[in-house]
Ligand binder design. Structure first.
Ligand code: SF4
Length: 372
C-alpha cells in the first residue's frame, strides 16, 4: 500500500528509527501507540493489556515506570510482550538506565524535568550503546512555568510553539553529542493550534521522526475530536510518523481511534469491516441506532475489509450508500438488502440484520469479494 495521505501530499522525509521490529520514520507506515493503564509492577495485568491492545492493532506500547518496583517488572514485560515496549520515565535518570538494562525497546523522557544533566548524558550514551531509541518529549505544560508565560491569548500559540521547538532541538543536539542518533521528537501542546504550530515549525528544521499527539486531550468524545483535528491535520500535510490518541478512557479506545484516523486518511488499509450509517431523518421508520448497534456487535472480530451500510429508509438508503459493498435499508414492515447501491432482495424488517450477516459471511467465504 502507498503510505501517502489520500490527498496525495508527500510524507515528510525523516531519518529512520527502529523500535524493536517497527520502523518509525523514513516514510514507513505510521504506527499506532498506546499506553498501558495498569500498574506496571503487576506484570500479569500489564501483559494481558498489552496482548489485548496488540490484537486490536496497537504497534508499540508504552509503560509508565514511576519507581523501582515498576523498573524491576520490565524485564518480564519486555521478554513476553508481542509488540515493542517503551519505558516512560520522568525525573529520575536512574530509572531510564534500569529500563535500558531491562531490555526496553525505547525510552521516553522529557529532559526538561530531569535535573541531573550528567545523568541525562549517561542515558543517551546507554541508549546509543544498546541501540535503542529515545523519544524526547517536550510539552507546553513543562515549558510554560519556566518561561514565565501566562495562559496564552490566541496570539501566543506561535510563540509557545517556537519555544517548544527550540527546547526540543536543543535537547536533541545534546543527545547527539553523546552519540545518540535514534531520536524521535514529540511536541505536544495541550491545545490543538499550539500542537499543530509546533510540529509544523519543527518539520522545517530537522529530520527527526515525530510522535504525534495532543496531550491531556480529555474524555473519549472530546479527545477524539481534538486528536482527529490535531493529528489529522498534520498527517494530511505529510507530517508525523507514529501517533497516540491520548484520552481519559480505556486504551482499547485509544487504539481504535488511532487506527480509524489512519484509515480515514488512507494511511492504513482497513483490516476489518467499515460500517457506515445514515444520520436518519423524517423518512426513517426503524430504530436505526439499535440496528447499527446489533450489526457492529455481530461483525466485531471479522477480518475482511468489507464496507457495510446500515441505512434508515428504502427510498434513499441504497443510493446514498452506493459505495458500500453490502448494506441494508430499513423500513417499517420490510427493508432491502443491497449491494453497491443496487437492491438485491426484499427482507422482512425483523430479519434485516440476519440477512446482512448472511451476505457478509458469503463474501468472507470467498464468494463475491468486496471491491476496492
Ligand atoms: S437514508 Fe433515508 S432515513 Fe437515512 S438520512 Fe437518508 S433519507 Fe433519511
Amino acid at each position: 500500500m502507498d503510505h501517502t495521505p489520500s490527498f496525495g501530499t508527500k510524507r515528510r522525509r525523516t531519518r529512520s528509527v527502529r523500535v524493536g521490529d517497527v520502523t518509525i520514520g523514513a516514510r514507513a507506515p505510521v504506527s499506532v501507540q498506546s499506553m498501558t493503564k495498569t500498574h506496571t509492577e503487576d506484570v500479569d495485568a500489564t501483559l494481558a493489556q498489552i496482548t489485548e491492545l496488540a490484537r486490536l492493532g496497537c504497534d508499540i506500547i508504552r509503560c509508565a515506570v514511576p519507581n523501582r518496583k515498576a523498573a524491576r517488572a520490565l524485564p518480564r514485560i519486555t521478554a513476553a510482550s508481542p509488540i515493542p515496549v517503551i519505558a516512560d520515565i520522568h525525573f529520575d535518570h536512574n530509572l531510564a538506565l534500569l529500563a535500558i538494562d531491562a531490555g526496553a525497546d525505547g525510552v521516553r523522557i522529557n529532559p526538561g524535568n530531569m535535573r541531573n544533566r550528567e545523568g541525562l548524558k549517561k542515558v543517551y550514551r546507554a541508549a546509543s550503546e544498546a541501540g535503542i531509541k529515545v523519544r524526547i518529549g517536550v510539552n507546553s505544560g513543562s515549558i510554560r512555568p519556566r518561561k514565565g508565560l501566562e495562559v496564552r491569548p490566541e496570539a501566543q500559540h506561535e510563540e509557545m510553539a517556537d519555544l517548544m521547538v527550540r527546547e526540543a532541538l536543543a535537547y536533541a543536539e545534546a543527545a547527539e553529542k553523546e552519540g545518540l542518533r535514534d531520536i524521535v521528537l514529540s511536541l505536544k501542546g495541550s491545545d490543538v493550534p499550539t500542537t499543530i504550530a509546533a510540529y509544523r515549525a519543527a518539520a522545517a528544521r530537522c529530520d527527526y521522526p515525530f510522535h504525534l499527539g495532543v496531550t491531556a486531550a480529555g474524555p473519549p468524545n472530546i479527545s477524539i475530536v481534538r486528536s482527529a483535528i490535531g493529528i489529522g491535520t498534520l498527517l494530511a500535510e505529510g507530517i508525523g510518523d507514529t501517533i497516540r490518541v491520548s484520552m481519559t478512557g480505556p486504551p482499547q479506545e485509544e487504539v481504535g481511534a488511532g487506527i480509524a484516523m489512519l484509515e480515514a486518511l488512507r494511511l492504513r488499509a482497513p483490516v476489518g469491516p467499515q460500517i457506515i450509517s445514515c444520520p436518519t431523518c423524517a423518512r426513517c421508520e426503524v430504530d436505526l441506532s439499535a440496528l447499527v448497534e446489533e450489526v457492529v456487535r455481530r461483525v466485531q472480530g471479522l477480518s475482511i475489509p468489507v464496507k457495510i451500510a446500515v441505512m434508515g429508509c428504502v427510498v434513499n438508503g441504497p443510493g446514498e450508500a452506493a459505495e458500500a459493498d453490502v448494506g441494508i435499508a430499513g423500513g417499517k414492515d420490510f427493508g432491502y438488502l443491497f449491494r453497491r447501491g443496487k437492491k438485491v432482495r426484499k427482507v422482512d424488517a425483523s430479519q434485516l440484520a440476519d440477512a446482512l450477516i448472511a451476505e457478509i459471511e458469503k463474501l468472507s467465504s470467498g464468494g463475491d469479494g468486496p471491491q476496492e
